[in-house]
Design a protein around this ligand. Structure first.
Ligand code: MN
Ligand code: MN
Ligand code: MN
Length: 302
């Protein structure tokens, strides 16, 4: 859609974005400036298992006139599957801080194990290769980029196929928190739990409905109906999920880097049939979102 097109329900809102605090390409402040230039007036920084970038994003948002919502994207496990849960509008809470520290520890342990498997296959030095500055935990996409840089694979998809994916030679099963506990952390911190990109999981419709039921049971309140990758058919199916399970609807680009996928705020309009989660998040606005990051030394490796 063109920059000036109004989005019914959520004008200028993008509630799912990544920075260099996890696997995004832009530092938090640059991300906010890019989003602002594209007409985004409210965004959530939702880095993987960390709120380390939120304070910087909030500062940049204040200067640029962009409302920044404290966010996170938790990797969780449900019935043996990896399910992502976006948290929006959290305040500081020790249980969430400890939870994020646990997730970061899992990320480092998994990274060491992946590097060990790559070493055994003649690719030493991966851990040093993926450890960025600032202490952010490496994820599989960092390994994929390293494998490409080494000339071991052609591109990211091949890196996942040969090494990092579930059928790959360096696959390591993650030990993420359970879906139920992850949702509880977000809720304890006063945040809203959103089921991320429900059509990105390879499962049947029946399993997807079961997932939504379990998510609601755990305290989940919203589902991403519009993401950077949803097709119009998936938006329609997402509306169905939201209505069937009584969930609010969220919209987020899942922006990671310029030139890959969707730019910030470039989203299909959120349909009128659903209630936007941004309404609920706005109601929490009087909280200082920066507190979610500033009071958590254990989750701020920088
Ligand atoms: Mn990512
Ligand atoms: Mn995700
Ligand atoms: Mn994401």
């Amino acid at each position: 859609m063109s920059p000036g097109t109004p989005e019914p329900g959520t004008p200028g809102t993008d509630l799912h974005m990544h920075s260099t605090a996890s696997d995004g390409a832009l530092p938090p402040a640059e991300l906010v400036h890019r989003a602002a230039a594209l007409g985004v007036s409210r965004l959530a920084l939702t880095d993987h298992d960390t709120t380390a970038g939120v304070a910087e994003a909030v500062r940049a948002g204040k200067a640029a006139g962009v409302e920044v919502v404290a966010g996170v994207e938790l990797s969780t496990l449900w019935c043996g599957r990896e399910i992502h849960v976006v948290g929006l509008g959290m305040a500081h809470h020790p249980v969430l801080d400890q939870g994020l520290a646990y997730q970061q520890q899992q990320r480092w342990q998994r990274a060491e194990a992946i590097a060990g498997r790559l070493h055994k296959r003649g690719l030493p030095g991966a851990l040093q290769g993926v450890a960025g500055d600032g202490g952010r935990a490496p994820g599989r996409s960092h390994f994929a980029d390293w494998l490409v840089a080494q000339g071991a694979v052609r591109d990211r998809p091949q890196a996942f196929k040969r090494y990092l994916g579930q059928q790959g030679a360096a696959w390591v099963r993650p030990a993420w928190v359970s879906l139920e506990t992850g949702v509880r952390w977000i809720r304890l911190a006063g945040g809203t739990a959103v089921l991320a990109h429900p059509f990105a999981y390879r499962m049947t419709g029946a399993w997807r409905r079961r997932l939504c039921s379990a998510f609601v049971e755990a305290g989940g309140e919203a589902v991403e109906v519009v993401t950077g990758r949803t097709t119009p058919v998936q938006v329609r199916d997402g509306i169905g999920l939201a209505l069937r399970h009584g969930l609010l609807a969220s919209a987020g680009s899942d922006f990671h880097a310029p030139g890959t996928g969707l730019e910030p705020g470039r989203l299909l309009p959120l349909p009128d049939a659903v209630t936007p989660v941004s309404q609920l998040v706005s109601d929490h606005r009087d909280r200082d979102p920066g507190r979610a990051a500033s009071g958590a030394p254990g989750t701020r490796p920088r």
